[in-house]
Design a binder for this molecule. Structure first.
Ligand code: ZN
Ligand code: ZN
Length: 359
């Protein structure tokens, strides 16, 4: 991955702002800017330089991984070195990431440094929205690994298997396929539990006639994928087919609305209108989708309350669902690349009809 230019772009955000420097403490942002992955690292970006800080455990790793910033290793804590760095660069107002720094950390910083702390948010997250070609390549592989895992998991779906067993198999399949990890703990919901939007797999054994909703992803080079498919154990009822078709049509409408310049509100509305016109609007109780990349959920959002406008090169999920309490839920989710004039659906796992698992 080529990290060159990223710190430069973050620095551009300092120009015209009220801060002289930015302290990046969100580890995903640190990884994006420098290439460093680990449990402790911070980046100070001033108008003329950049310093990566960590502790001794990461000295060798930082020397290997960090690009575009000087590496400084402290004994115990960031404030061992930060005051000097700030003084050398004459920093009077330091931007700190308000979504990461805790109140306690803020107090500690305020005690040790003389610069004024200015809460800022979203600076690096904004840069992360549009993916570079190499990032898109990594995402395509993360998506491909999830597609492959879906294909393989179908053969282990059996009446009597518990949701937890299927979730464990999914993790094994994803990792065996070559992923670094799963993107998140897989969601496997069966029968009435498939109506729980963010269900934790339980000991419920899958029964004939159940809808089985599986939401999972693969991690590749730090990039996440996110895929949901819903299948049925045995022959689908007309009712299940009808619901599936409704969600599929909603998903197509949402995907067709994706393009550079479309707002997150408009894309959400395009998919939601299909479900609302069938009188099921109240059974689609979440946003249509989210950006995905180094985090499983990142900007932009496709949601009623989104403030985002899509840009070419962003990767978002499109994931409408209809959840009927007591009966079951259906969700279909793909990762989609925003292009200048539309969208490229990256996920290739089959979805065009409700898959019936032989029982
Ligand atoms: Zn998902
Ligand atoms: Zn998702």
């Amino acid at each position: 991955m080529n990290h060159e230019g990223r710190i430069e772009r973050a620095r551009a955000a300092l120009n015209g702002s009220k801060i002289d420097a930015l302290l990046v403490t969100n580890l995903t942002n640190v990884r994006y800017l420098t290439g460093f992955s680990g449990s402790n690292g911070q980046v100070l970006i001033t108008k003329s330089g950049a310093t990566f800080f960590s502790d001794g455990r990461y000295a060798a790793r930082a020397a290997d991984l960090v690009h575009g910033a000087e590496v400084a290793i402290y004994d115990a804590r960031l404030t061992d070195l930060l005051p000097d760095s700030l003084a050398r660069a004459s920093i009077a107002r330091l931007g700190v990431e308000s979504t990461t720094v805790t109140l306690d950390e803020k107090d500690q910083l305020a005690k040790k440094i003389s610069a004024e702390l200015v809460p800022v948010k979203g600076v690096v997250e904004e840069l992360r929205r549009v993916k570079e070609p190499e990032e898109i390549t990594a995402m395509r592989e993360a998506v491909r690994l999830a597609d492959q895992a879906f294909d393989e998991v179908l053969s282990i779906l059996k009446v009597g298997a518990t949701e937890r067993e299927v979730a464990l198999e999914l993790e094994i399949i994803v990792r065996r396929a070559g992923a670094e990890d799963v993107s998140f703990e897989p969601i496997v919901g069966s029968g009435p539990l498939s109506a729980h939007i963010h269900h934790s797999p339980s000991d419920r054994a899958i029964e004939a006639g159940d809808l089985v909703l599986m939401d999972f992803g693969a991690l590749h080079e730090g990039y996440h994928s996110d895929l949901t498919r819903t299948v049925v154990m045995g022959s689908a009822t007309d009712h299940q087919k009808e619901h599936y078709d409704l969600v599929l049509r909603s998903q197509s409408a949402g995907t067709e609305a994706v393009a550079a310049g479309a707002t997150g509100v408009a894309v959400d509305a395009a998919a939601r209108a299909v479900i609302e016109s069938a009188g099921k609007g109240s059974e689609f109780g979440h946003g249509l989708g989210h950006g995905v990349g180094l985090d499983i959920h990142e900007a932009p959002r496709l949601h009623k309350i989104s403030e985002d406008t899509l840009q070419a090169g962003e990767i978002v999920t499109v994931e409408p669902g209809v959840y009927v309490v007591g009966t079951g839920g259906i969700r279909i989710e793909d990762c989609v690349l925003v292009t200048q004039d539309g969208a490229e659906v990256l996920s290739k796992a089959p979805k065009h009809e409700l898959i019936e698992i032989p029982i």
